[in-house]
Design a protein around this ligand. Structure first.
Ligand code: SF4
Ligand code: SF4
Length: 322
């Protein structure tokens, strides 16, 4: 399988993705009802220790559009999920760099100590902010074990020079230091990589990562698509088809296969008094994907009114209209 993209993609048709109810052709736009809340994400804040060229959320040491959540705010949403009887299985933390938020260890302890035996996932670059929290991480592992605490480390590519092109010179070495430490200490580690910024096939990328993991004694099966996730590029300026209600049967897909059928994300915008719940991790800023102040408010269906909905969540290479 190849992730190579077309050399000259068409720019997005400005008539598309304007009306949440209808596509540019006037057809009823697809909507995704919340089937069951199984994964609850928290964006702990958009500040990051580095600035990557293609960060989809535009994080940096200065971007605080999404401010730090507090442990109390996270606890309130976990309480609400329990009160609603939501079948939450996994609680994810993303940023920015989640370890920049000092309350992250307390949030993780809260998640891991709940009676549902929730799984906690942290998306991290494993650089200095994580390195400085080693003692807190060891304490969490000691209290709760390593099985339910997953650290998913971003490594754009298995070669240092490609990774550093995106993230700055020396970044790869620092992330590898963090990843190798996590592995040595017995934490459950996954890796998130980028598939689209080299000409390599998926097989070649997985082979490259397999060599890297072997050389650094990282216990990750590079053929496992969850343990090593390869993300496609995200460019909302490239044209994609809109998804109509008819697309589900044309494509042979179910709305329940899409992320917002089973997940929501909590964010706190700069200047806001309280957090808000958005449809998914991919669209943290777009106000039309903000669904309410509580999980109950945010249980309404999501109209698929963004290029990401089409490109990343529904089509996956297929198309039912243009
Ligand atoms: S480390 Fe992650 S959150 Fe930070 S700038 Fe890079 S891609 Fe964005
Ligand atoms: S990008 Fe669109 S379809 Fe995908 S999870 Fe988010 S709201 Fe749903």
């Amino acid at each position: 399988m190849s992730f190579r993209s077309h050399p000259r993609p068409r720019p997005l048709d400005p008539a598309k993705f304007r009306d949440p109810l209808r596509t540019a052709k006037g057809e009823p736009r697809a909507r995704v009802p919340l089937a069951a809340l199984r994964t609850l994400w928290f964006n702990t804040g958009t500040l990051c220790n580095i600035t990557c060229q293609h960060c989809y959320i535009e994080s940096s040491p200065r971007n605080d559009r999404l401010i730090y959540l507090s442990a109390e705010e996270v606890a309130a949403f976990l309480d609400e999920a329990e009160a609603l009887g939501a079948p939450v299985e996994t609680v994810g933390f993303t940023g920015g760099e989640p370890f920049m938020n000092r309350a992250l260890p307390a949030m993780l302890a809260d998640v891991l100590s709940r009676p549902r035996r929730l799984i906690a996932v942290v998306l991290t670059n494993a650089m200095a902010p994580l390195w400085q929290k080693r003692a807190a991480l060891l304490s969490l592992r000691h209290r709760f074990g390593a099985e339910r605490l997953i650290l998913r480390v971003s490594l754009d590519h298995y070669r240092a020079e490609r990774h550093d092109l995106e993230r700055g010179r020396g970044s790869f070495a620092k992330s590898m230091q963090g990843l190798a430490w996590l592995a040595r200490e017995g934490f459950t580690v996954h890796v998130a990589a980028r598939a689209g910024f080299t000409e390599e096939t998926e097989d070649a990328l997985r082979e490259g990562f397999a060599r890297l993991f072997h050389d650094h004694a990282i216990p990750i099966d590079a053929q496992d698509p969850i343990a090593l996730t390869l993300f496609p590029e995200m460019d909302p300026t490239i044209d994609v088809p809109e998804i109509t209600q008819a697309c589900w049967s044309i494509l042979g897909k179910s709305p329940t296969s899409v992320m917002c059928a089973t997940s929501r994300m909590v964010v706190k915008r700069k200047g806001a008094e309280r957090p808000a719940v958005v449809a998914c991790t991919l669209l943290p800023y777009d106000p039309q994907f903000e669904l309410g102040a509580t999980l109950a408010d945010a249980s309404r269906p999501v109209p698929l009114n963004h290029p990401h909905c089409a490109k990343f969540c529904v089509l996956g290479g297929g198309a039912c209209s243009r």
